[in-house]
Write a protein that binds this ligand. Sequence first.
Ligand code: GLC
Length: 560
Amino acid sequence: MISPQPTASAAHEASATPAWWRDAVVYQVYPRSFADSNGDGMGDLPGITARLPYIASLGVDAIWLSPFYPSPQHDGGYDVSDYTDVDPRFGSLADADALIARAHELGLKVIVDIVPNHSSSEHELFQAALAAGPGSPERDMYVFAEGKGEHGELPPNNWTSIFHGEAWTRITEPDGTPGQWYLHLFDTTQPDWNWENPAVHELFERVLRFWLDRGADGFRVDVAHGMVKPEGLPDAQVNSEGLIDIPEGEVPIYFDNDGVVDIYRQWRPILDSYEGDRMMVLEAWIPEHRLPQYIGQDRAHQSFNFGFLQARWGVETMRRAIEKPLALADAVDSPTTWVLSNHDVIRHATRYGFAPDHRFGEGLSREEVPDAELGLLRARAASLLMLALPGSAYLYQGEELGLPEVADIPDELREDPAHHRAGVPGRDGCRVPLPWQQDAPAFGFSPTGESWLPQPEVFGQLAADAQEGVEGSTLELYRTAIRLRSELGLGRPTAPLAFLEDLPAPVLGLTRGDVVVLVNTGEEDLELPTHLREAELLVASAPSAPGTLPADTTLWLRRR
Ligand code: GLC
C-alpha cells in the first residue's frame, strides 16, 4: 500500500520558474585538496578552474567552494584573516574572478563560504583589538571579558571549545600585564566576533556585497547557529564528570540563541536586491525541529539537513531521516537538502563499511578497519537513494569516485586543530587530495607529485581517469543518476513522494510519480515483487540481474 507523503508546496512551484537552488545538485570543492596547478602540493583556484569541465560533466548545477581567503590555515582556511581577498597559496582575486566567470560559462552557479562566527587571530581587527586595550571600540569587535578569581586568572565561564580544551584564552595587555580573556568556540586562533556590536553587522554586510558584486550566486554560512551568545555569558551546566551537559536533542548553551535568526533577516534583503536568485545555505548542527526557525522568505533559503547523513543503514532509520525533513520542508515551503559527506565527517564509503551500531569518534583511527567493499556498495546505494529525493543534494568532492576515508596519515602531517588539541584522529582523512590520473605522480593532483597529505595506494584504481567511461564505475553511476534525476524532475516536489509499505522487511521503497526506488538494506539478494517485474530498470547502484534486487543495492525502476 502507498502512504502519501507531503512534499513542498507544488502550488508555489507552479507560480513561477522555481529558483535554481530548490532542486540543485551542488558539488563541494575543498580548494586545498581539489587540484594543484602550480606544483606546491596545495590545491588552488586555477587548478579548480581548469577542472571545471569535469565538474560540469557530472551534470551538477553548482559548486560550493570552501574558504580560499587569506588565512594562516590553522583550521583549513576556516580561520579567515581577510574576507575580501584570496590567499596567495590559492591564487589571486583575478583567479577568483576567472573561476566564477568560467563556471558561469559552463552553466554552474558558484556558492562561496562565509565564516561569520569567528575570524583568524591574524585578522587586522583582532590585532587592533589586542593593541587597543580594554574598553576600546576595537576590543568591542570581539568577545572579550574579565577573568574570574582574585586576579582574573580564571576564565570568565566554563565553556569548552568544540576542538577541546577551554573556549577562552587570556591575553597580555599592551602594557605587559596579564589581561582580559577572549572567547574562541573553536581553536585559540579563531576568536569569536561580537555580534552585539553593530559594526560587526556592517562588516559582514560589506563582505556579502563584495562577493555578490563579483558574481557569487550564494553563500554557505559556516557555524550558522553560532554568532549570538547568551546574555551575561553564563556558565553551562556540567554533569558529574565536570563535562558540559548537553541533553539529547539539544545544543550547547552558546549555540542557537535568540537573535541569530535576525542576522539572516538582515542579510536576506541584501541577497534579494541582486538579480538571479542569490541564496544562502546554513551549516547549523541543531536539532531538526529547530531548523524551521531559520528558513523562510525573510530569512535563510535553506539549511543542511544532517539527519540523513547521520542515519544508520536500515529501513526504519533511513525512512525516518527522509520523512521528517520533508514534513519540515513543507512547513517552511523550502525544499530540504540532502548530504552524505563533507569535509568535516568520515566519508560515507567508509562509514557504511562498519556495522550500523558502530560508534564513530572524531575521525577514523588506524585501529578501526572497515569492510571497504561493503562500504562502497552501501555508499553507492545511499547516494542513489539521495539523488531520487526532492530538494537539493550536496555532494563532496571525491564521493563520485567512491573515495574512502584515509586512516593512515602520519600524526605529524595531520593538520586538524582537534588532533593537535586532543589527540583525536580528526578530519584530515576526508581531505586527502583527489586522484585524477591513475599513473601520474600524486595521481595527477599536482604536476610535481607534491601533495600536502599523502594519498593511499587505493586512490590509483579510484582515479577519475580510471573510471571515466567505465560502465558500472562509481563516476559513471553518479553521472547517470544526476542526468536521470534532472530528466525525470526528481529534485522537484512535483513528482509526489510516497513510501511503499508492502515490501519485504529489509527493503525501503518509495515512488516518485511513476519512478520506483527500492533499497535492499539486507544481506540477501531478493526477487523483485511480482508487480514490479515488468518495470523498466533505469539505473542500479550495483550489477543486478533482471527481476532481482541484490543485497545492499538501490534500483530506480519505471512502471510500464
Ligand atoms: C565548520 C566547518 C569546519 C570548521 C568549523 C569552524 O563546522 O565546516 O570545517 O572547522 O566550522 O570554522
